[in-house]
Design a protein around this ligand. Structure first.
Ligand code: GLN
Length: 529
C-alpha cells in the first residue's frame, strides 16, 4: 500500500519547495522506506525540452529519456533513486493525452471537461507512479503557487485523492514564506494565513506547514500560525537559510518532521534515522583544501542552467576533501582574452546548443590541451574538443559541427542519419540511457572500473565516423563506444595528464552520497596539478 504526500507552495515562488520535498524524501528513506518522487508543472509546454535555459534553468533528463524540470535532479540526488518519465507531469502532457483520447473516441460521446477528465488524468499520473514504482511513499510536488489559475486542476485532483483514500494514507504539506519587515524586524504571518485560506477554498486542509524565513521563528509565532491555520505546533517547521542545501533534511529532522510525518501516516514502526546523509554533510564542514575549476559556457549568467554539473563538481570536491571554487567563465570572454583561463586547476566545458560562444570553447580546449590543464568535456564539450583537435592538430582549418557551420568541408560533428528529416524539435533529441562499452587500458576504464556502462543522453549531433582514422592519428583514443549504433561516447587524449570528454551527461547520475567516477577523476586530477 503506497502512501501519498503532496507538497504545495504558498505566498511566493522560489522559496525552495523542491528542496523541501526532496528533503522529506530523504528523511523517509533514512527511516527505511522506499520513495518515489514526482513534479507537476502547471505550464502548457509538454516538457521543458524546448525552453531556453534562461527561462527554465537546466533541463534534467531521466534514464528513460524524459526532459524534465531541474527539481528532479534535486530529487534524485536527495533520495538516490533513478526516476522515470512518471516523475514529470505538465499541463501540456495532461491535455495532450486527454485530447488524443477524445479524438480516438474513447469518451463514448461525453462532453470532455476539466473535471472529471483532466483531473482523472492527473490522478492517474499519481496512481500509476505508485503502481510502477511500488514505493512505500510517493511524494508529489505541485509547481507554482496556490492561487495560480494554472494549478487549479492539480489541486482539485489531489483533493479528490485525499477524499478517495484513507485519512492516514494522504498527507498535505504547504510551504510558505514568512517575511521579515525591514526596520521593525518583525516576522509577519498574515501571508501564511491567506495562503492557508486559499488552499482551504480548494478543499485542501494542510497537515504540515514549512516556513521559509530568515528571521527567528519563535514558539509564539508557531502558536499563532497553529491557531490561525488549525495545525498542531509540532507540524510547523522552519526551513532556515543554510549554506549547503544538503543541510535541509537535517534541519527538518532536528525539528522532528520525520517522526511527525510517520505518525500521521500510521508508519510507527520505522527504524531510527540511518545518518548516512548526516555523515556526508559533516564531511562538507571539514574541507581543508580548495580546488579552482573554470566552467566555460554560454549560459553562465544563470547558474541554474548548469545545476547538476555544479552539484556534481561540488560533491566530487567534498569527496576529495576540497571546497569547490567555481569560476563561471563566459565562452565569449575567452574569445576576447585567453588569459581568463589562467590559474585554474581544471576546466569543464559542459553541454550547450547553438553557435554563440563556440569559438571560445574551442580555444578553451586548445588551451587545456597545450598547457596540460585537466579538461572535462560534457556533450558539447566533447564535440568542441574534437573540433579543436581537427583544426589545430590535423590542420583542417574549417573543421566544425554542422550545427555551427552547415557548409563546412570538414563536418567533424554531424547530424545522425535518423535526425536528418526530423520536423518537430520537441522530444526528438537522442534522449536517455544508452549503453557504452569501455575500451581496456584507458583512462575511462580506470575511472569506471567496468566495461559496460549506461549513461543518459540529450543531443542531436554526433561525432562523424568518417573522421575516426584521422582523429585517432592525432592522438585521440575512442575509449567509449555505443556498439549498437557504432557511436563515439567517450574520447581521451593519450599524451595528456587528464583530458576526457563524453557525449552523454554524467552529471545526471552523480550523487552527493555516490559521486560519479568521471567527476571524481576530474577533481582528483585537478588537485594533483
Ligand atoms: N548541441 C549539441 C548537440 O545537439 C550538444 C548538446 C548538448 O551539449 N547537450 O548534439
Amino acid at each position: 500500500m503506497t502512501k501519498f504526500i503532496f507538497v504545495t507552495g504558498g505566498v511566493v515562488s522560489g522559496i525552495g519547495k523542491g528542496i523541501s520535498a526532496a528533503s522529506i524524501g530523504r528523511l523517509l528513506k533514512e527511516r527505511g522506506l522506499s520513495v518515489f518522487m514526482q513534479k507537476f508543472d502547471p505550464y502548457l509546454n509538454v516538457d521543458p525540452g524546448t525552453m531556453s535555459p534562461f527561462q527554465h534553468g537546466e533541463v534534467f533528463v531521466t534514464k528513460d529519456g524524459a526532459e524534465t524540470d531541474l527539481d528532479l535532479g534535486h530529487y534524485e540526488r536527495f533520495i538516490d533513486e533513478e526516476l522515470t518519465k512518471r516523475a514529470s507531469i505538465t499541463t501540456g502532457k495532461v491535455y495532450s493525452k486527454v485530447i488524443a483520447k477524445e479524438r480516438r473516441g474513447d469518451y463514448n460521446g461525453a462532453t470532455v471537461q476539466v473535471i472529471p477528465h483532466i483531473t482523472n488524468e492527473i490522478k492517474n499520473a499519481v496512481y500509476k507512479a505508485a503502481k510502477e514504482s511500488s514505493a512505500d511513499v510517493v511524494i508529489t510536488e505541485i509547481g507554482g503557487t496556490v492561487g495560480d489559475i494554472e494549478s487549479l486542476p492539480f489541486l482539485e485532483a489531489i483533493r479528490q485523492i485525499h477524499s478517495e483514500n484513507k485519512k492516514e494514507d494522504v498527507l498535505f504539506v504547504h510551504t510558505v514564506l514568512v517575511p521579515n519587515i525591514p526596520g521593525s524586524d518583525e516576522l509577519k504571518t498574515k501571508p501564511t494565513q491567506h495562503s492557508f485560506k486559499e488552499l482551504m477554498s480548494n478543499g485542501i486542509k494542510t497537515d504540515v506547514i514549512i516556513i521559509r524565513s530568515n528571521g527567528v521563528v519563535t514558539e509564539d509565532l508557531r502558536e499563532k500560525i497553529s491557531l490561525f491555520c488549525d495545525v498542531p505546533v509540532d507540524a510547523i517547521v522552519q526551513s532556515k537559510n543554510v549554506d549547503l542545501i544538503y543541510e535541509v533534511p537535517l534541519v527538518f529532522h532536528k525539528q522532528g518532521l520525520d517522526d511527525y510525518i510517520l505518525k500521521e501516516l500510521g508508519l510507527t514502526n520505522q527504524p531510527p534515522s540511518e545518518k548516512k546523509w548526516q555523515k556526508m554533510v559533516e564531511r562538507f564542514k571539514d574541507l581543508d583544501k580548495e580546488v579552482t575549476i573554470g566552467l566555460v559556457g554560454k549560459y553562465v549568467g544563470l547558474h541554474d542552467a548548469y545545476l547538476s554539473v555544479y552539484q556534481a563538481l561540488q560533491d566530487a570536491g567534498c569527496e576529495n576533501g576540497a571546497k569547490l571554487n567555481l569560476r563561471w567563465i563566459d565562452a565569449e570572454e575567452v574569445e576576447e582574452d585567453i588569459n581568463v583561463l589562467k590559474g585554474l586547476d581544471g576546466i569543464i566545458v559542459p553541454g550547450g546548443f547553438g553557435s554563440r560562444g563556440t569559438e571560445g570553447m574551442i580555444l578553451t580546449s586548445k588551451f587545456a590541451r597545450e598547457n596540460n590543464v585537466a579538461y572535462f568535456g560534457i556533450c558539447y564539450g566533447m564535440q568542441i574538443a574534437l573540433i579543436d583537435v581537427a583544426r589545430n592538430k590535423l590542420g583542417l582549418k574549417d573543421a566544425n559541427s554542422t550545427e555551427i557551420d552547415p557548409e563546412t568541408n570538414n563536418p567533424i560533428i554531424d547530424l545522425l542519419e535518423n535526425q536528418k528529416d526530423i520536423k518537430n524539435l520537441g522530444g526528438t533529441l537522442r534522449l536517455g540511457n544508452y549503453e557504452c562499452s569501455i575500451e581496456k587500458d584507458t583512462l575511462a576504464s580506470k575511472l569506471y572500473g567496468e566495461d559496460k556502462i549506461f549513461e543518459r543522453h540529450r543531443h542531436r549531433y554526433e561525432f562523424n565516423n568518417d573522421f575516426r582514422g584521422q582523429i585517432r592519428s592525432a592522438g585521440v583514443e575512442f575509449s567509449g563506444i555505443n556498439e549498437d549504433n557504432d557511436l563515439v561516447e567517450i574520447i581521451e587524449l593519450k599524451d595528456h595528464p587528464f583530458f576526457i570528454a563524453c557525449q552523454f551527461h554524467p552529471e545526471f547520475k552523480s550523487r552527493p552520497t555516490k559521486v560519479h567516477p568521471l567527476f571524481d577523476g576530474f577533481i582528483k586530477a585537478a588537485l594533483t596539478k
